[in-house]
Design a protein around this ligand. Sequence first.
Ligand SMILES: C[S@@+](CC[C@H](N)C(=O)[O-])C[C@H]1O[C@@H](n2cnc3c(N)ncnc32)[C@H](O)[C@@H]1O
Length: 359
Amino acid sequence: MDDVITVDDTFSADRALRLIGRGSALHWTGDFHNAKQLLAALGRRVPVRRDGPFHTQRRRQAERARILNSLHVPMHDHTITLRRAPDVRAAYEEAFGPQGKEGPGEERPHGDRPGRERTPAAGPRWVPLRELLGVIGAYELRHRGVYVPALGQRIHPHYGVFAPTRSEYADLIAGQPLPTTGTAFDVGTGTGLLAAILSRRGIRHVVATDNNPRAITCARDNLRRLQMNATVLETDLFPPGRADLVVCNPPWIPATPITPLDHAVYDEDGRMLRTFLNTVRDHLEPGGEVWLILSDLAELLGLRSRGELLELVRGGGLEVVGRADITPRHRRARAETTSLWQLRPATTPAAAGLHRATE
Ligand SMILES: C[S@@+](CC[C@H](N)C(=O)[O-])C[C@H]1O[C@@H](n2cnc3c(N)ncnc32)[C@H](O)[C@@H]1O
């Protein structure tokens, strides 16, 4: 950050944008609600654009985040020291741990924070207002919960965990005839939603995994609230043992995550999907089945073709035995289709041979 400028209620959005454009961070000392209004005005001046190639869109998004994260507010011991500021202590403690032990300076809630600076312990910590509002929003969502029709109950997402705010994919898991009532794995469980649906549907032994510790705590919390008897393990992909059914709703865009929160959506080089498909066969009981939930957004964005996906399936020694599709309920949502791909170990000699060749 080139320089820091102290600003207050007298500052216009145009002037703020000019200074940010020159590389300045703005330290707000006025009224909290006026700071929110300035942030909203900045947002209107740099609108989200969804046209152009994917990589151009992402570059614009990163630039927009840089601009909006340049407006900082002072925080001291998880308290915003501004006029009319809300009490954010509970939200910060829930997201980052008790005061002094952990904080957004120690664990970065987002990666795109050009303006964060460490200040001496006695002074305030300056936090991007946009991130602060994200922490508050996550706190409210966690306590309100998200009603999931396929479960008939609310799921409570924690900060930093994929929230099923658009949960059509859960309908696919709830509606597909079950091949077993024995053992199921839910790989990349997030809030634990799919594990809860499997358990609710009568699968006796459900094991859910995730490699994000926040997701592990969150899934355990949700499964306990729902009184579901599932095991939750922090691990990369699969738990020990084999299952009759392996379910996975992986991050669906094969591109580099920019912020820690991106890891639920962006899969670097498609690594998780590739490794999952390449090894899932070794985690299936004889006669077992895989349910892969995948949106076709990567195909619509030109990041992966349908042919490449089917090649990954074949490369893992699997074949497609069924597919169920669903489109978003929300009218304004993108025109993407989410599918439940029903996969089994390939019986055709060519496909089975392909898997052996890659083992
Ligand atoms: C799209 S979210 C799906 C969450 C949840 N299953 C659902 O359907 O709501 C993908 C999840 O996969 C997890 N994940 C990503 N890579 C993983 C890996 N290598 N091993 C285990 N979990 C992983 C992420 O942390 C995230 O919770």
